[in-house]
Design a protein around this ligand. Structure first.
Ligand code: MLT
Length: 407
């Protein structure tokens, strides 16, 4: 008898963003004349930077000629991309990361979801609340939790992120082994200071724990005092794996390219207490289960590191951040307390009512899609998240509609 992995049955309903898409679809069907403005899922809307499309075209042409055609590439990514990442994203900011510590992939969602398989089944996991659902669901699928009761899975340690702690959690009051952190944060848009991040790194070193640091939104940081990478912090290379993505930075959500950094010193432990380096394990996993990102996509990604590429990416980000300012200001003027939107493309709004009720209100009365905070965890109840990813015209129209609906 073929048996299923029953851990899947513990999962809550469908994936949050599929759930929202269903509700929006039903609303659109009932209101075919309403133009809906989507500020829900953080999906980019602006075209790829021109440097990327030029590099893409050139690489496709190379693939069209026998003398420059390429088949399988290195699973971990081509050297030209790994070298550019190491130099510009890390070494230029004083973080000593080398190309062989970088693993190019097709998305930070996949990487943050897949990474848990290199750890034991019985580790203690600390996970923020609210949280990007992928960290949680993939551990549920792997059987690291009990049942879902009262809004939470048994067996996990939840790190409450609230207005009171500035959405940077306190340290666990019992030992944990694996800690998920994401800054600039999805969904709250909050940031972490270097001093706060240093404390987390020190905690991990003292407790033989490991930090999974999701920095997919680092490109939206404009405050230079804030860390863009955990490796800007002393000792992080021993205890942290970092995830990055070209999705939000350069409009690659539909193109797919990201990378994970596993430093050579980074280690975890075996049952007998012996130390095991993680870079060879992730290398083994990556080469076994992944065949690399396509050559034209990697060429397109590498193009953002030229001087012109950096200018174009900055313009793209500045555009989204203009929306973020507009959204934050409009909601503040309406009397709502907001977090995020200053060094991040997400604005986290205390709606002072049930999250899904606020979601329905904005959809029905303004034709605007947001994300209900409760979908990100118990601590998200009462909040909504508005994303800055849209055209400036749409963001302006959306905020005018919301002002009218809530006035
Ligand atoms: C979000 O809206 O939280 C993100 O778009 C999800 C993702 O990056 O997978």
């Amino acid at each position: 008898m073929i048996k299923i992995n029953e851990n899947y049955l513990k999962l809550q309903a469908s994936y949050l963003f599929s759930d929202i898409a269903k509700r929006v679809g039903a609303y659109q069907e009932a209101n075919p004349d309403q133009t809906i403005i989507k500020l829900g899922i953080g999906d980019v809307t602006q075209p790829l930077p021109q440097v990327c499309t030029e590099a893409f075209h050139a690489a496709v042409e190379e693939m069209a000629r026998a003398e420059s055609f390429r088949g399988y590439g290195p699973e971990q990514g081509y050297d030209f991309l790994r070298e550019a990442i190491a130099r510009h994203d890390f070494q230029a900011r004083g973080a000593d990361i080398t190309p062989d510590e970088i693993f190019v992939s097709d998305g930070a969602k996949c990487d943050t979801g897949n990474i848990q398989e290199i750890f034991a089944a019985d580790i203690a996991i600390a996970i923020p609340d609210p949280v990007y659902p992928v960290y949680l669901d993939t551990n549920v699928m792997a059987g690291r939790t009990g049942q879902y009761r009262n809004g939470r899975y048994e067996g996990l340690y939840y790190l409450d992120c609230t207005q009171a702690n500035g959405f940077v959690p306190e340290f666990p009051d019992r030992p944990v082994d694996l800690i998920y952190l994401c800054y600039p944060n999805n969904p709250t848009g909050a940031t972490i200071t270097k001093a706060q991040l240093q404390q987390w790194v020190d905690y991990a070193r003292e407790n033989k724990a490991l930090i999974l640091y999701d920095a997919a939104y680092e490109a939206f940081i404009s405050d230079d005092s804030l860390p863009r990478s955990i490796y800007e912090v002393e000792g992080a290379q021993e205890v942290a794996i970092e995830f990055r993505s070209f999705s939000k930075t350069a409009g690659f959500t539909g193109t797919r390219c990201a990378f994970t950094v596993v430093p050579k010193q980074c280690a975890a432990y075996m049952q007998d207490g012996g130390k095991q380096l993680l870079q060879p394990l992730w290398h083994r996993r990556h080469t076994t289960k992944f065949n690399g990102v396509s050559y034209p996509v990697q060429r397109a990604a590498a193009a953002i590191y030229s001087d012109e590429g950096r200018r174009q990416v900055k313009a793209l980000i500045d555009g989204y951040m203009q929306n973020a300012t507009l959204i934050r200001n409009a909601m503040t003027e309406l009397g709502y307390t907001c977090a995020g939107g200053e060094n991040s493309p997400y604005i986290w709004i205390d709606g002072r009512r049930d999250s899904w009720a606020f979601f329905d209100l904005l959809l029905n009365e303004a034709g605007v899609v947001c994300t209900p905070g409760a979908g990100f965890g118990k601590c998200g109840q009462g909040y909504i998240r508005i994303s800055a990813f849209n055209s400036h015209a749409n963001a302006t129209k959306a905020m005018a509609r919301i002002k009218k609906a809530l006035a």
